[in-house]
Design a protein around this ligand. Structure first.
Ligand code: COA
Ligand code: AMP
Length: 635
């Protein structure tokens, strides 16, 4: 690998065939590709067309064939159950092969969809890898989503089988998963043929005769299944993510590009070698979990940690340090919110001192912008490079990063450094014209996107083009706004749509508004993300009631909070709402969200020239003060 950022980046953009072709040589192929970059159907680009490979083979069998069978592949560390379990590459491959055989025995084959709704247990990774082994397309749904969100995904992906567990554990609370799954199947139109349920000792789920299969019982007689060669352009998985409405978008990842890009990123972005221990403290329900708990570390022949716990409370703010020292972790990847939680509970970092963290080389943060306070705290306490990197569910890996395996660049507070190789990032105005250096504009990526990013949305090429490619012809719209400074450093400032980022979780305020206006007493609603010390942002709801409603306001607020919890799930963290007589709007009727947000965040704001009635701003200040938000001062 060239050890110079500028040269490496330039080569990736000017000669992608050469760059990614070389990276692909490090992966296993049953049949070599005909073309590295296939641009025959622009704007839909494909990578490694004609090539045949298998994700699971690259993650497991490849390493066993190359002498790593006895190395640890996965360590399941669960402070919530007190269990630590280690799987060598051979042991993990054997479990995965058997589960793949079990899936095949119930009729699952290439191209079938499997929905996985699991807590952070090793069986979740086993199920994902087993799908990959037989070419089934998994769609993992995060455990914190409610039955309704699960049903929406079941109806879109139409899974033949659902794989789930009897429960999740949130610190000390046992959360039964099976009733949520049963409810989801009850309300969905599509009905999966079977559900395979992993029974945990903390909760035994009732099984539906004929449909439900007990994981452990069925594994006793399951026959191992070999890897099935797949086209590089076949889908590996679907991962649903929030869009601007209640309907989530099914982000597709293809097989070949995914293997090549993620394997490259392990060395290029993270400077991690085969045999190293890599820990992404996230959840398999999110893209970070897909890419960096399960796939990339295994493609690279590392030991990956699957952690069922929190940064604090399991049992304390030393939880991460304990895992790092117990398993000799070399790189940790998590969200800034996790570090804010640790810093809140142990500001002096006293607990750090009781552990040996000498194995840890680098801390990587993503999911939201790393605020300078958190960056500095982590740097001071750990004494290692702290690297903010920017990416999205859609992109599958980092768009911008300080690529530690290419060239270690200086860190600038608030910046995820420079575009990673493959990402031709530009800043443009509404007419797709480049803005001046340092000026804020839309962050867009010149097509083609590199391997590993989404080729399309599930069964929806048209939606893909409309959502991401239409607004800036020739470019992918990230829906983030920001700027690039004179040294080429990227600064990601805000979303340009109604997505908010709550504890590193991506949520649509539009989806929440749809739920609020379903309440019979609510005429109109707005949901905004306001600053939160721990979670970065939290949603706050504003409700305008139908005329004549004289029910208790507190009761109505509690009802809408419960509705969001029931329909989206606890992950939404929707806990604050208030009733107002009216909302500040422009003369054309658009809610002035930016102004309300500034008032709530106690920032200075200008009365917008387009406002319909300026007197309403003082009403907003009073309304926000009532729910604990200091009012910003007009200037
Ligand atoms: N299954 C069921 N419920 C879940 C869940 C899961 N897998 N994950 C979260 N929840 C629930 C929580 O119990 C909580 O419920 P509550 O409202 O009843 O208390 C709610 O969803 C919100 O959870 P969370 O956002 O995790 O907030 P928290 O207050 O419990 O914890 C942090 C705050 C900062 C400790 C936590 O958000 C965290 O560890 N974040 C790390 C960030 C991360 O992993 N980001 C992923 C992208 S890299
Ligand atoms: P998700 O698809 O859940 O990964 O969320 C992606 C969004 O999170 C991005 O579009 C950004 O808005 C935000 N995001 C993720 N990482 C960063 C980062 N390092 N800096 C700023 N914003 C980020």
């Amino acid at each position: 690998m060239t050890i110079n950022y500028d040269e490496t980046f330039k080569r990736s953009i000017t000669n992608p065939d050469d760059f990614w072709g070389e990276a692909a040589e490090n992966c296993h192929w049953y049949k070599r590709w005909d073309k590295v970059l296939d641009d025959s159907n622009k704007p839909l680009y494909r990578w490694f067309t004609g090539g045949e490979t298998n994700t699971c083979y690259n993650a497991l069998d490849f390493h066993i064939d190359n002498g790593r069978g006895e190395q640890n592949a996965l360590i399941y560390d669960s402070p919530v159950t007190g269990v630590v379990e280690t799987y060598t590459y051979s042991q993990l491959r054997d479990s995965v092969a058997k589960f793949a055989g079990l899936l095949a025995s119930v009729g699952v084959s290439k191209g079938d969809r499997i929905l996985i709704y699991m807590p952070m247990i090793a069986e979740a990774a086993i199920a994902m890898l087993a799908c990959a082994r037989i070419g089934a397309i998994h769609s993992v749904v995060f455990g914190g989503f409610a039955a309704n969100e699960l049903a929406v995904r079941i109806d879109d992906a139409k899974p033949k089988v659902v794989v789930s567990a009897s429960c999740g554990i949130e610190i000390t609370r046992v959360i039964p998963y099976k009733p949520l799954l049963d409810e989801a199947i009850n309300i969905s139109t599509h009905k999966p043929g079977n559900c395979i349920i992993f029974q945990r000792s903390q909760e035994k789920a009732g099984l539906v005769p004929e449909r439900d299969i007990d994981w452990a019982e069925a594994m006793v007689t399951a026959n191992p299944h070999e890897c099935v060669p797949m086209l590089a352009t076949d889908p590996a998985y679907i991962l649903y993510t929030s869009g601007t409405t209640g309907a989530p978008k099914g982000v597709v990842r293809d097989i070949g590009g995914h293997i090549v890009a993620l394997k490259w990123s392990m060395k290029g972005v993270y400077d991690i070698n085969p045999g190293d221990v890599y820990w992404a403290a996230s959840d398999i329900g999110w893209v970070v979990g897909h890419s960096y708990i399960v796939y990339a570390p295994l493609f690279q022949g590392c030991t990956t940690i699957l952690y069922e716990g929190k940064p604090v409370g399991t049992p304390d703010a030393g939880a991460f340090w304990r895992v790092i020292s117990d398993h000799k972790v070399n790189a940790l990847f998590t969200a800034p919110t996790a570090f804010r939680a640790i810093k809140r509970d142990d500001p002096q970092g006293e607990l750090l001192k009781t552990y040996d963290l000498s194995s840890l080389k680098t801390l990587f943060l993503a999911g939201e912008r790393t605020d300078p306070d958190t960056l500095k705290w982590a740097e001071n306490k750990l004494g290692i490079p702290v690297i903010d990197h920017w990416w999205q569910t859609e992109t599958g890996w980092a768009i911008a990063a300080n690529c530690m395996g290419v060239e270690k660049l200086k860190v600038k507070d608030g910046s995820p450094t420079k575009p990673a190789p493959g990402w031709d990032l530009q800043v443009v105005d509404a007419n797709t014209q480049p803005v001046k250096t340092g000026e804020i504009g839309a962050l867009v990526i010149k097509l083609p996107l590199p391997p590993g990013s989404l080729p399309t949305l599930w069964h929806n090429d048209e939606g893909y083009v409309k959502t991401y490619l239409d607004e800036f012809p020739g470019y992918y719209k990230t829906a983030d706004a920001g700027f690039i400074d004179e040294e080429g450093y990227v600064f990601v400032m805000s979303r340009t749509d109604d997505i908010i980022n709550v504890a590193g979780h991506r949520l649509s305020t539009g989806a929440m508004e749809e739920i609020l206006t379903d309440h019979p007493d609510v005429a109109e609603a707005a949901v905004l993300g306001v600053d939160d010390k721990l979670k970065g942002e939290i949603p706050v709801g504003f409700l305008i009631l139908n005329s004549g409603v004289d029910r208790d306001h507190g009761v109505i607020v509690n009802e809408v909070i419960q509705m969001v919890r029931d329909r989206i799930g606890p992950v939404a963290s929707f806990k604050v709402a208030t009733i107002v007589d009216r909302l500040p709007k422009t003369r054309s009727g658009k809610i002035l969200r930016g102004t309300i947000r500034k008032i709530a965040n106690n920032q200075e704001y200008k009365t917008p020239a387009t406002i319909d009635d300026p007197t309403i701003l003082s009403e907003m200040e009073t309304a926000l003060a009532k729910i604990g938000y200091a009012s910003g001062k007009p200037n």
